[in-house]
Design a protein around this ligand. Structure first.
Ligand code: NAP
Length: 323
């Protein structure tokens, strides 16, 4: 890996600059026009093009981001090989298979076992060679979550110490890793199928301990969670799935990576506990998108401008549906 290239760890420290800019006007920067994509399947309603194109427009970058759907990653090969390939978001079902197009993968993507971002890195040319394009496989699912946890911690009198992840599928791995990277000392994991929870816990065992609980009612009462991340599809749960004891702390943060409906049973239970902040899957998607924008452009995502663009897009979609 080219250590001079931006990494998630270095870029996440970029100081906030333009978030307060109200008029979505950034500085003008001449640049070569590049193509960015989201690679996935069943993603025609993805908000990622709105997010990234708003960011490019803010900085007056002549880039474009579009949706590319296919059941097979082979379809994406010519796009990745093209000279104007700028980078890509990668979503289900390609987060593992996309590996074959990566020259290298970051330590974070290796630990989580999934790539959700392709970053182009150009090596300085050797004397007689032209520039060599390399593709880094990154993961911003965890760093988006970590940024949400850090923001929560910054506004809390004491940092969160204990986390609980509910569910042990693909999404849980980024959630657990984000908790570890955010410095939580105790991480509980609950899953309906215990063997699956054990598999996830053991994959991280060389780095940290994940404590498996066999029921959501059996967390030690002495250390209730400060942070809860739900990863069970929302249509498979009801409010009764989440015991009140989970919210024993007077303050906490509850994130749901699941959606449909946006107001999930987990979030609605959490909202019933004063002092608990809630974060929807849409906010999680935005947070990981901001991380991607930084990796691709080296600039902090203009968050307010992007939120305005997403709201306008949502309003236009609703209006079109009424016609
Ligand atoms: N994968 C990602 O990177 C990602 C990113 C953002 C958001 N999400 C969202 O997060 C959610 C989970 O995604 P995933 O990829 O982790 O899915 P997954 O790999 O299929 O895992 C689903 C998890 O939900 C549990 N589950 C399913 N039905 C259940 C039920 N009736 N009762 C109790 N537990 C049940 C499963 O438990 P068992 O092991 O017992 O079956 C498993 O732990 C989805 O809504 C997805 O859209 C995923």
């Amino acid at each position: 890996m080219d250590t001079s290239s931006p990494t998630i760890d270095s870029l996440r420290k970029v100081p906030s600059a333009e978030d307060s800019t109200a008029d979505c006007e950034g500085t003008s920067t001449p640049a070569t026009s590049l193509q960015y994509y989201i690679f996935g399947q069943g993603i025609s309603f993805s908000m990622s093009p709105t997010v990234h194109n708003a960011g490019f427009a803010y900085y007056k970058l002549p880039h474009h981001y579009s949706i590319q759907q296919s059941p097979s990653t082979e379809t994406f090969a010519p796009l990745i090989a093209a000279p104007d390939f700028g980078g890509a978001s990668v979503t289900m079902p390609h987060k593992l298979a996309i590996n074959k197009y990566c020259t290298s993968t970051s330590i974070h993507a290796q630990r989580i076992g999934a790539v959700n971002t392709l970053v182009v890195q150009t090596q300085p040319p050797a004397r007689s060679e032209s520039q060599v394009k390399q593709i880094l496989g990154e993961n911003t699912d965890w760093s988006g979550l970590a940024s949400i946890i850090e923001q929560h911690d910054a506004s809390s009198p004491t940092p969160a110490r204990t986390g609980l992840v509910i569910g042990a599928g693909g999404a849980s791995r980024a959630a657990i890793y984000a908790m570890y990277q955010s410095g939580l000392s105790t991480i509980y994991l609950y899953n309906r199928t215990l063997s699956r929870a054990s598999e996830v816990a053991s994959s991280f065992s060389s780095l940290f301990t994940t404590t498996i609980v066999d029921s959501l009612s059996s967390l030690p009462s002495a250390s209730p969670p400060d942070i809860i991340i739900g990863t069970v599809p929302a249509d498979r749960t009801t409010a009764a799935f989440f015991p009140t004891a989970l919210f024993a702390k007077t303050k906490g943060l509850c994130i749901d990576m699941a959606y449909k409906p946006r107001e999930t049973p987990l979030l609605s239970v959490a909202r019933g506990h004063e002092g608990w902040e809630t974060v929807t899957e849409v906010e999680v998607l935005l947070a990981q998108g901001y991380e991607q924008f930084q990796l691709w452009t080296g600039r902090e995502a203009p968050k307010q401008c992007i939120l305005d663009a997403v709201a306008a897009h949502d309003a236009a979609t609703v209006a079109a549906a009424r016609l």
